[in-house]
Design a protein around this ligand. Structure first.
Ligand SMILES: [Zn+2]
Length: 433
């Protein structure tokens, strides 16, 4: 009997030990980043770019501690215990921001775009998003503004997982479900298909439904509000009154409003209604852009490269030319612009990061100077995202989101493709080999 008891006790102890061993094996398998955020890091920056002013300061030292930049200057004393990161031969600047992403979305071509509501669960969307944001971060894109199409708030979950430190990733600001007039972002489907768009969209018609939809999104964790007003093939778009209501409700909660719209009266309503940004705006007239400039409305133009449109769009050439012309006019008029890609399709043999840099050729072709492109990707986007007090510059007190590359992007913007150093919130994500 005693023998049996001793055996049982020994067995119980063995079980407990096994359980502890399994737990620690489990916790080891959780992919936590090797955090360097608590240590003091001194970065020797040979060429430090200030994208706000388009200037370069030589031989600077940046001191990073507790996720933030604590000091910056030419003659700084480097603390004895600091880890030194030598970027003496590099061009150093704040992390890049993309103001129009759909990170949880990735389809092979435009025809497949709206099947994604049906094909992929929220869980799959979150995993697609994790893969995409890690690819972007590794390339130097340290902040994304995700403007919807994430099923049931997959991007909110992704943001939470990254903020909790379970995974390394960029800062994510997310719109939650997109608010649109009845029918979301599709048209011409049979009644029998059912309202399947509601997986990604909230139908809201009239000011009161818009108010409820905004509040719903805020409740479920949205950082901004995204409306889709104008959809090709759909007769309705938001009235001035509806836009005003969305803006009033969102601003009351200190959130910005981004509206997908192309032009015409729909765009007039968006601009006059006080939205913070026009997304796309491919049909904007010069007068409309002048009004945007006057009112301080941002344009996030998402001017697709022709090769991106060509996957399943027979009018790719004409459309790309139209977008380029609108970007050229917008720059000339001086409307405030944020850099945003709107990548939703995948291209074979190209990552989302490669695809992001493909937009640079469009901006160059539209005559936007390199320093201005860098400013749109950093200073302007930080302002649009309402995070200038935290990110978008290399200044003491701001989070250490820092990238570097071997060539000067102010003279050759394509140098961004060669980013080989990435620091996110003071943690080194990538170092030159
Ligand atoms: Zn979009």
């Amino acid at each position: 009997m005693r023998c049996t008891l001793r055996f049982l006790l020994r067995k119980a102890a063995a079980c407990a030990l096994f359980a502890i061993a399994s737990l620690s094996a489990y916790s080891q398998s959780v992919p936590a980043p090797a955090s360097t955020a608590e240590r003091t890091i001194a970065i020797r920056a040979g060429n430090l770019i200030d994208p706000k002013n388009g200037t370069v300061a030589k031989n600077q030292v940046i001191i990073v501690k507790d996720k933030k930049i604590v000091a910056k200057g030419a003659d700084l004393a480097i603390p004895k215990d600091a880890e030194i990161v030598d970027l003496s031969n590099s061009w150093v600047m704040p992390g890049i921001m993309d103001a129009h992403t759909h990170v949880t979305w990735g389809v092979p071509n435009w025809q497949k775009l709206y099947y994604d509501y049906l094909d992929n669960s929220t869980g799959v969307r979150a995993l697609v998003g994790l893969r995409t944001v890690q690819t972007l971060l590794n390339a130097g894109i340290t902040t994304v503004r995700d403007v919807g199409n994430d099923g049931n708030y997959a991007a909110v979950d992704l943001r939470k997982a990254i903020d909790a430190g379970w995974f390394i990733g960029p800062t994510i600001l997310t719109a939650g479900k997109i608010i649109a007039p009845f029918g979301g972002q599709i048209s011409d489907i049979p009644l029998e298909a059912g309202p399947y768009w509601q997986f990604d969209y909230i139908d809201a018609d009239g000011p009161e439904q818009i108010r409820v939809a905004v509040r719903k999104n805020l409740f479920y964790g949205a950082d901004l509000i995204k409306l889709v007003s104008e959809v090709s093939g759909k007769p309705d778009y938001y009235s001035l009154d509806e836009i005003r209501t969305a803006v009033e409700e969102a601003h009351h909660a200190n959130r910005a409003v981004a509206v997908h719209v192309y032009g015409g009266e729909a765009a007039d309503n968006v601009i006059r209604g006080g939205a913070d940004s026009v997304e796309h705006g491919f049909d904007l007239t010069d007068d409309q852009m002048r009004l945007m400039k006057e009112k301080g409305t941002f344009l996030v133009g998402t001017e697709f490269p022709e090769a991106h449109l060509a996957v399943g769009d027979p009018d790719a050439k004409e459309e790309a030319a139209k977008y380029l012309d609108r970007l050229r006019r917008a720059y000339k008029i001086g409307v405030r612009m944020g850099f945003g890609t709107d990548i939703v399709t995948d291209l074979p043999n190209e990552t989302r990061a490669d695809m992001t840099w493909n937009y640079l050729a469009v901006w160059r072709a539209a005559g936007v100077p390199n320093p201005e492109i860098l400013k749109c990707m950093t200073t302007n986007n930080a302002e649009l995202l309402r995070i200038s007090a935290q990110r978008g510059a290399i200044e003491p007190g701001l989070y250490a989101d820092i990238v570097a590359m071997p060539r000067n992007p102010l003279t050759d913007i394509e140098s961004l493709r060669a980013i080989d150093f990435v620091m996110k919130n003071g943690t080194v994500v990538r170092k030159p080999k």
